[in-house]
Write a protein that binds this ligand. Structure first.
Ligand SMILES: *[C@@H]1O[C@H](CO)[C@@H](O)[C@H](O)[C@H]1NC(C)=O
Ligand SMILES: *[C@@H]1O[C@H](CO)[C@@H](O)[C@H](O)[C@H]1NC(C)=O
Ligand SMILES: *[C@@H]1O[C@H](CO)[C@@H](O)[C@H](O)[C@H]1NC(C)=O
Length: 383
């Protein structure tokens, strides 16, 4: 009995001691935790913010370096065009006359994939990235070619000077068929008026009327709506947000569908997350009023040679995503400048299309281009 009690007491004591001790420990632990957790929460928030701010742009930048090398199109050439500039030229097919394609503001050469592939069955078709877009590097502030002093940075005069040197350096056969869409149509007009012996046929797809920036509603749309959305896209690319949104599926490439290769999809994603490309897209839009004014002046100053054929391709509207009154205004001004400057132009209307026809309804465009190529080839043979 006694032994038993002793034993019981000792276990009780031990139990009591154990009970007391843990209480102590828990208490002091919670106190410590309270102090630590307050600080550590703040630390963690700080760390998280730091991660959110630093990691995505860093990862984005590292990925862009890798992708930039991987995604250069297989047939693409990087051509040294002189004055320290290198540009990306992408030619497909063989034969003459060569067809040269110049795209809308802010677009890389990928926008022409369908048209280029189709026409390349007949002749050589070349497209390129304007300076700063796609795979044509943007120039640094300290790297000036002298031409921007004359024309300003991202304007038609400057772009035409680049294109002229590119075609020269790449040894593109002349005369060629020059095709431009939107800003590309301003460039093609400027090119054709200045270097008229080099161009046999001028094709304008959804040309921007040169007087459009005199309209206040258009200016309000362009500088008040379109430009801020492009600037937001540039910011989103620079912070790495675009890359995250692409991974989450919240942003999608513009050109997609069953006939668009995985490589083209990847390339568009690369350009969406590429701040240099996006920033050049902003510049081209920002200076479009200057570009239009330059083209208006050159058109008045130096008319086209009468040997050059001009055709104009338009859809039902300029851009189906903008209000009707703006589209009607573009249409009215298009008619006016075409009648004044190119009265004998051949008009082609594509039903149910806007400027996106280049990749959404490419067959109507390639049919027309093939017809022009066939005509020139027949003439070459008969000579
Ligand atoms: C321009 O500056 C960059 C670095 O800031 C330098 O690498 C490059 O060589 C410079 N280019 C010229 C033409 O001075
Ligand atoms: C894809 O290409 C095929 C063959 O060239 C054509 O028949 C089909 O209409 C194209 N599909 C789309 C969505 O453009
Ligand atoms: C183009 O727009 C800018 C900013 O609105 C303005 O400063 C410039 O004078 C305009 N240029 C022309 C040719 O209208």
């Amino acid at each position: 009995m006694r032994r038993k009690t002793e034993a019981q007491t000792s276990t009780n004591e031990r139990a009591n001691a154990d009970k007391k001790d843990p209480n102590h420990r828990i208490q002091s632990q919670t106190e410590a935790k309270g102090r630590v957790s307050c600080g550590s929460v703040l630390m963690n928030i700080g760390k998280c913010l730091l991660l959110i701010i630093i990691i995505p742009p860093f990862l984005n930048y590292a990925s862009l370096q890798r992708e930039g090398q991987m995604l250069l199109p297989k047939d693409g050439q990087i051509v040294d065009v002189g004055l320290g500039q290198k540009m990306h030229l992408l030619c497909k097919g063989k034969g003459r006359p060569v067809v040269v394609l110049d795209g809308p503001a802010g677009m890389s050469s990928d926008i022409w994939i369908h048209v280029q592939e189709s026409v390349a069955t007949l002749t050589k078709v070349c497209t390129y990235d304007r300076m700063g877009l796609g795979f044509s590097k943007r120039l640094m502030q300290n790297e000036t070619t002298g031409t921007e002093k004359v024309w300003g940075m991202s304007t038609t005069g400057r772009m035409v000077d680049d294109l002229h040197r590119l075609l020269q350096a790449a040894g593109i056969a002349k005369p060629f068929i020059l095709v431009g869409s939107e800003l590309g149509a301003l460039n093609s007009r400027f090119y054709s008026h200045i270097h008229d012996v080099q161009v046999s046929d001028l094709v304008l797809i959804d040309p921007i009327p040169e007087d459009i920036f005199e309209d206040d509603q258009w200016k309000a749309y362009w500088y008040g709506k379109l430009l801020p959305s492009l600037q937001a896209r540039q910011f989103s690319a620079a912070t790495g947000l675009s890359r995250m949104l692409i991974i989450l599926g919240a942003i999608e490439p513009m050109i997609k569908g069953e006939n668009v290769s995985e490589e083209v999809i990847q390339r568009q994603k690369y350009l969406l997350s590429n701040p240099a490309h996006q920033s050049s897209a902003v510049d081209e839009h920002y200076f479009l009023n200057e570009s239009a004014a330059q083209v208006r002046d050159i058109t008045k100053f130096k008319p086209l040679s009468s040997r050059m054929s001009v055709s104009v391709i338009t859809g039902d509207s300029f851009d189906e995503q903008i209000p009707t009154h703006l589209n009607q205004m573009v249409e009215k001004l298009q008619k006016k400048f075409l009648e004044e400057s190119y009265p004998s132009a051949n008009h082609i209307h594509i039903k149910g299309a806007d400027w996106r026809m280049i990749y959404k309804k490419p067959s109507a465009i390639s049919q027309h281009l093939k017809r022009l190529v066939n005509q020139r080839q027949a003439r070459q043979q008969s000579e």
